[in-house]
Write a protein of this length. Structure first.
Length: 537
C-alpha cells in the first residue's frame, strides 16, 4: 500500500488544505450563526463580562465555575478589545480549535503513514462534537489544542539534549499548564513514559538531562496550583453531582452496574466527542440495533491500534501513560469522564483508531479496500458535519439553548403596562443577556423560595411576594426553563415535595398562574418557554 498511496494522494498538501479549509468553514459558519449561549456557557460568561483581570484571579467565579487563568485572561482580552457578545466570547476557543487542525498535521505524519495521517486530520477537523466545542465559550477546545501542541513540541524536542532546547521544552510545557488543566495528564504521562523508556534502555544521559523539562513542568504545575487552581478546586457539590450521574470511573468495580459502566462509557466516547457513530436502524430490535448501530470499525480499530503501538514499543508508553493518569484520577473521583471531559485526549484516541484502521486495511493488500476502510471510518463525521450546516438548530441538540430567542421575542411584543417575570430557574440566562442586549423591559426577577419552604402550598405562599408586583398590570410575560429545573449547589432531587416523579415543577407553577387570567403559550423551545397571562380585570 505504501508504494501506491501516491495514486490516491498525489499531493498531500492539497488534501490537507481542503481539510483545513473545511474545518475552518464549518467552525466559522457556526460562530457567525451565533446561536444563543447554553447554560454552561452562561455560567462562565457571567464572570468574564463582570470581573476584571485581577478579580478573575482573586475571586471565585460565579456559579462555581472553574477555568484555567490563561484561558480566562485570553477571553477577557477579546472582550476588552472587541466588546461583549457571543461571537467575541467564543473567539478565543474558536481560534484554538482552528489552530489545532494544521498543528495536528505534523503530529499525524509522525505517528502514522501518509494516507492514515490525512484521515486522522480529517477526523479532528470535522467531528461535530469537536466543532461544537470550538465555538463554545468553555475551555475544552483550548485543552484539545494544548494536547496537540504538547505532542508537537515532543516531536521537536525529544532528541535534543542540549540545554537550550531542553529549557525551551520545559518552559513551553509549563506555560501550557496555565491554559489547560487536563494537560497535566498528557505531560505527566509523557514524562513518565520517556523516563521509563530511558531507564529500561539504561540511557542515562537522556534520562538525567530530560529531567530538566520534566521538573520545569512540575514546577509550573505547582506554581499554577498554589497561585490560582486551588481557589477553583472541584467543589464538594460538583464531585457529588458527578458521582451521582456516574461520571467517575468505578475503581475497582464492585457490582454488575459498575462493570457496565466500562462498555457504556466506551460506546459514548466513540459517539461523543469522536462523532464516529451511525444511526442506521431506528427500530426496537435489540439484535438489529447491536448489529447496525454499534460502531464496530472504530471500536475494533481502537483496541487494535493500541495493540499495534504496544507491539511496536516505540511510542506506546508516551501515548498510553496519559490514559493511566486520567483513569486513576477518575477512579479517585478527581476527574469526571463524560462527553466534554474526553475532548482533550481526542488526538491520542484518533491516533489509535486510525492506526488500527490502517493495519486492518493492510490485511486485504488492496488499495481500494484500504481506501474503503478509511471512507467507512470518516463517513459518519463528514455526513454529520454537513447535517449541522443544513440544520444548525439541531447541532448537538442537548446543548442547544434558546435564551436569546425567547428574550428577543418578548422584547419585540412587549407593550407599555406589561410586566416580564423571570422564574428563578431562568435567571442566569436573563442576567447575562440583559447586560449584552438593550431590551425594552426590566424584568421582575423571581425569588427561589424552595429552601425556606416546607411544602408546595408553603412555596406558593412565599411566591406571593413576587406576585404582588403583578397588581396594576395588564399582561404578565412569564419566562421559565422547563428543561433545567435545578440550580448550582442544589441537593439532587431536593426538596422532595418540589421534585415529584413525572411532574415538571414548572407545570405546577403555570397551573397556579393560569388562575390569574387568560394563559397563552406564546414561545416554546427546547429549553425556554414564554407564557403570556392576560390578567383578569
Amino acid at each position: 500500500m505504501c508504494k501506491k498511496e501516491s495514486s490516491y494522494i498525489k499531493n498531500q498538501n492539497i488534501w490537507y488544505s481542503i481539510i483545513i479549509g473545511c474545518g475552518i468553514f464549518v467552525r466559522l459558519f457556526h460562530l457567525f450563526y451565533n446561536r444563543s449561549l447554553w447554560l454552561d456557557e452562561v455560567y462562565l460568561a457571567t464572570s468574564l463580562i463582570k470581573m476584571n483581570y485581577i478579580e478573575l484571579v482573586m475571586q471565585a467565579l460565579d456559579y462555581q465555575q472553574k477555568a484555567p487563568i490563561g484561558f480566562l485572561w485570553s477571553v477577557k482580552t477579546c472582550i476588552y478589545l472587541l466588546g461583549t457578545n457571543e461571537i467575541v466570547l467564543r473567539l478565543f476557543p474558536m481560534l484554538c480549535g482552528i489552530a489545532a487542525i494544521p498543528l495536528f498535521i505534523p503530529v499525524a505524519k509522525y505517528f502514522l503513514r501518509p494516507l492514515a495521517a490525512v484521515m486522522a486530520v480529517a477526523l479532528l477537523a470535522l467531528a461535530p462534537p469537536l466543532v461544537f466545542h470550538s465555538v463554545e465559550i468553555k475551555q475544552y477546545s483550548t485543552e484539545l489544542f494544548a494536547t496537540v501542541l504538547i505532542l508537537y513540541i515532543y516531536i521537536r524536542y525529544q532528541h535534543r539534549l542540549t540545554w537550550k532546547p531542553l529549557l525551551t521544552w520545559g518552559i513551553l510545557g509549563a506555560v501550557i499548564l496555565w491554559f489547560s488543566y487536563s494537560s497535566i495528564f498528557i505531560l505527566a504521562g509523557m514524562a513518565t513514559g520517556i523516563s521509563c523508556k530511558n531507564l529500561y534502555k539504561r540511557d542515562w544521559k537522556p534520562f538525567f538531562r530530560q529531567l530538566v523539562p520534566f521538573l520545569l513542568w512540575a514546577a509550573g504545575f505547582a506554581l499554577n496550583y498554589l497561585l490560582f487552581t486551588h481557589k477553583h478546586a472541584e467543589s464538594k457539590w460538583a464531585a457529588e453531582w458527578f458521582d451521582f450521574y456516574h461520571y467517575f470511573m468505578p475503581l475497582p468495580p464492585v457490582n454488575m452496574e459498575e462493570l457496565r459502566w466500562y462498555p457504556a462509557a466506551l460506546y459514548h466516547l466513540i459517539e461523543y466527542p469522536l462523532g464516529l457513530t451511525w444511526r442506521l436502524y431506528p427500530g426496537n430490535s435489540v439484535l438489529l440495533k447491536a448489529l447496525l448501530n454499534t460502531p464496530w470499525l472504530p471500536l475494533i480499530s481502537l483496541f487494535y491500534g493500541i495493540w499495534i503501538y504496544i507491539r511496536e514499543k516505540r511510542y506506546a508508553l508516551i501515548l498510553l501513560f496519559p490514559f493511566l493518569f486520567m483513569f486513576l484520577a477518575s477512579g479517585l473521583k478527581l476527574y469526571p469522564l463524560n462527553e466534554r471531559f474526553w475532548v482533550f485526549i481526542c488526538p491520542l484516541l484518533i491516533l489509535f483508531i486510525v492506526k488500527g484502521t490502517d493495519k486492518l486495511a493492510s490485511f486485504f493488500k488492496s488499495e481500494r479496500m484500504s481506501l474503503l476502510f478509511f471512507i467507512l471510518l470518516i463517513a459518519a463525521p463528514v455526513y454529520s458535519a454537513v447535517q449541522t450546516l443544513v440544520h444548525p438548530d439541531e447541532f448537538i441538540i442537548h446543548k442547544r439553548s434558546f435564551q436569546k430567542e425567547a428574550l428577543t421575542y418578548v422584547n419585540t411584543h412587549f407593550k407599555p403596562g406589561d410586566l416580564v417575570y423571570v422564574y428563578w430557574n431562568n435567571l442566569p440566562g436573563y442576567r447575562f443577556y440583559k447586560h449584552t442586549y438593550p431590551y425594552n423591559f426590566i424584568a421582575l426577577e423571581g425569588g427561589d423560595y424552595r429552601k425556606i419552604s416546607t411544602s408546595y402550598p408553603d412555596y406558593l405562599n412565599h411566591l406571593q411576594k413576587d406576585f404582588k408586583s403583578f397588581e396594576g398590570k395588564k399582561r404578565i410575560w412569564v419566562i421559565y426553563n422547563h428543561l433545567i429545573l435545578t440550580d448550582i449547589g442544589d441537593e439532587i432531587d431536593q426538596p422532595a415535595w418540589y421534585y415529584l416523579k413525572d411532574i415538571n415543577p414548572t407545570d405546577r407553577l403555570m397551573s397556579h398562574l393560569s388562575t390569574l387570567g387568560k394563559e397563552e403559550n406564546v414561545y416554546t423551545s427546547f429549553d425556554v418557554k414564554v407564557t403570556l397571562i392576560t390578567l383578569k380585570p
